[in-house]
Write a protein that binds this ligand. Structure first.
Ligand SMILES: [Zn+2]
Length: 368
């Protein structure tokens, strides 16, 4: 299954944008998709749709849908994560009053193969390996929807199993979005990109914000001089040695060293099975009739890049060096070349051009 490459390059346009700057990002979207954004905005003031995000773990589902909302009409669009919903239930179960409300709701609305007792046990003793039954996920989701005003939904985390794909086709009826257009958004990201996102991920111990030492650093980079003192014979690190050479990120908000979570150094190894299943989910969803599909592609072969995208739309790689004289970390930026799942040398796109392609395809699907 190959996803088409979307052209975001506009011939004859030489302006460059710094997509990390919010103001320039706004101008970028206006220039690349201004008319389409206006159409979607007008439509979503009065109408809603339901979109299912299908992509491998860490493929950027949240990033793309949140950016779409931000650019179009944030107050009318919601990114809804099933994982977050289940985590919130953990808290409810710890509060006696809320626990009772939840049980009363389930008593009235839940039908399924497990008894209520077994359900509570499943909720309380859940590890990441045991999955909650689909009937339960559906009823919990319905409960969440009843609490809120009706908005456009990007659903993240459902369908998560092959047998849930069928359910998703009737999902909008269940949550009272009967007349809404439903859409599958399929995301294609090379596993190498996912691997590097995990391996170089760093998390702030205070605000839990996560960044990436190689692909998305903070504005301040630290260097562990102690390490050097421990090994005085070691030559100063060369550019590109990164974390192993003592470089670390400093949280822009809290001014503390960001750290690697245990297990992240293994990259995709521990989630290989999950990625395989996610891949199957994407394939099965792709072959369904009736429901429109939007195809988002993260990577682009190096050979084709010039025809389709602008340089500043490509994810750079950051490398660091220690300037002994100035006692300062020097940062260099270069294009990041990776090998995609088919062995083709590729670039990875920044989220903005992928969201431009989402905007154009959404206008098409909704016939605007
Ligand atoms: Zn922080």
């Amino acid at each position: 299954m190959r996803f088409p490459i979307f052209k975001t390059k506009i011939e004859g346009l030489n302006r460059k944008f710094n997509l990390l700057d919010p103001k320039e990002q706004g101008e970028y979207f206006q220039l690349k998709a201004g008319k389409e954004i206006e159409k979607l905005r007008n439509f979503l003031k009065e109408n809603t749709f339901v979109a299912y995000l299908l992509g491998k773990k860490n493929s950027g589902k949240g990033t793309y849908s949140k950016m779409f909302a931000e650019v179009i009409l944030p107050e009318r669009i919601e990114h809804f994560s099933i994982g977050d919903m289940v985590r919130a239930i953990d808290l409810e179960l710890k509060d006696e009053k809320k626990k009772k409300e939840l049980l009363d709701y389930l008593d009235k609305n839940y039908r399924g193969r497990l008894s209520l007792k077994e359900i509570i046990l499943a909720l309380e003793n859940r590890s990441t390996k045991t999955l909650l039954p689909t009937e339960l996920i559906l009823v919990l989701f319905k409960r969440e929807m009843e609490k809120r005003e009706k908005k456009t939904l990007f659903i993240d985390g459902f369908p998560r199993e092959l047998d849930q794909i069928g359910f998703s086709l009737f999902f909008r009826d269940l949550i009272g979005h009967r007349e809404d257009q439903d859409i599958f958004i399929l995301i294609d990201v090379p596993e190498n990109v996912i691997d590097q996102r995990i391996k170089w991920r760093r998390v702030c111990p205070i605000c839990q914000n996560s960044r990436n030492l190689k692909l998305f650093p903070t504005s301040k980079i630290g260097y562990d001089e102690e390490k050097k003192e421990l090994a005085p014979y070691r030559p100063p690190p060369k550019f590109g040695e990164g974390a192993g050479a003592g470089f670390y990120l400093i949280c822009d908000k809290d001014d503390v060293k960001m750290v690697r979570k245990e297990g992240d150094e293994l990259g995709i190894e521990p989630i290989r099975e999950r990625l395989k299943l996610d891949g199957k989910l994407i394939e099965e969803s792709f072959s369904l009739y009736g429901i429109p599909k939007i195809l988002l592609r993260n990577s682009i072969p190096v050979k084709e890049a010039e025809k389709f995208v602008d340089d500043y739309e490509i994810t750079p790689e950051y490398v660091f060096g220690w300037d002994e004289k100035e006692k300062k970390v020097k940062v260099k930026e270069k294009p990041w070349v990776l090998v995609d799942d088919e062995g083709i040398k590729s670039f990875s796109l920044l989220p903005q051009p992928v969201v431009v392609s989402l905007i154009y395809q959404m206008v098409d699907v909704l016939n605007l």
